[in-house]
Design a protein around this ligand. Structure first.
Ligand SMILES: Cc1cc2nc3c(=O)[nH]c(=O)nc-3n(C[C@H](O)[C@H](O)[C@H](O)COP(=O)(O)O)c2cc1C
Length: 231
């Protein structure tokens, strides 16, 4: 416990120096770099060239790349708080986590993504420093693409949020939303010359136990620098 807190403090201090940090409602948030909108890869090129990538180099991701991936998945794109992926009734039932293995200046561990109030503003908060990519892989039938990735996004759903308005349709809507969010990550990874794969084969209860929440785990998205031969 003490070592977790110490690692959290070190991670926070290092990144706060690099990219700025805010304390909100008693929580320490790590503010992420704002997204950029000029990758130079057209949408059509990204759709055309996207393939599932399961083999990654040992290179780390840049914090800006992590920020861009998280933003593409669930970041804010409108002054109304609307997000990068469509959501039934704009109820936003998805909660996004990321397990970091190798991202420059960030301590490995499990983080929760916090979309901000303004377009492109966003942050992450550490949940546990002792959750590893190996743990996630073990919850997903030992898939090596997760162990080898630089990080793994975990898309979860809080179905009750959507059920308030859509009743029995809620679960179906939340699953559809995870698909939108996952595709955004794949295309964003492609435009950053990163590799990603959408992983649906995992044990819900084991992923839940890692996250420490009762949300419905929907998608794992390991991302890293691709081995070109692995494509
Ligand atoms: C819902 C869903 C679940 C998937 N689960 C896995 C998985 O657990 N492991 C994996 O390696 N790929 C998984 N994939 C990726 C598919 O195998 C891949 O999309 C397919 O082979 C087509 O290749 P492409 O993505 O390169 O077009 C999944 C894809 C979808 C849509």
């Amino acid at each position: 416990m003490i070592s977790s807190l110490l690692r959290y403090a070190i991670a926070f201090t290092a990144l706060a120096m690099l990219i700025g940090a805010n304390a909100e409602e008693g929580e320490l948030l790590i503010e992420l770099p704002a997204p950029t909108y000029d990758s130079g890869v057209s949408l059509e090129e990204a759709i055309l060239s996207r393939r599932s990538v399961r083999s990654f180099t040992a290179d780390s991701l840049a914090p800006a790349d992590l920020a861009q991936l998280l933003w593409a998945c669930q970041g804010v794109t409108s002054p109304n708080g609307y997000r990068a992926a469509p959501s039934a009734g704009a109820l936003y039932p998805l909660e996004l986590y990321v397990v970091i293995g190798r991202v420059k200046d960030l301590t490995p561990g499990l983080y929760h993504y916090r979309p901000g109030r303004d377009i492109g503003s966003h942050s992450i908060e550490m949940v546990h420093s002792d959750v590893t990519l190996q743990d996630v892989a073990e919850a997903a039938l030992g898939q090596k693409c997760i162990t080898d990735a630089a990080c793994c996004l975990i898309v979860t759903g809080v179905v009750e949020r959507t059920r308030v308005k859509y009743g029995k349709r809620a679960r179906q809507y939340v699953l559809l939303e995870a698909g939108h969010a996952g595709q955004n990550v794949c295309l964003q990874a492609q435009s950053l010359e990163l590799g990603a794969v959408t992983v649906g084969a995992f044990h819900d209860d084991r992923v839940r136990a890692l996250l420490g929440v009762e949300h419905l785990p929907l998608y794992l998205l390991p991302v890293g620098h691709p081995h070109s031969a692995g494509r």
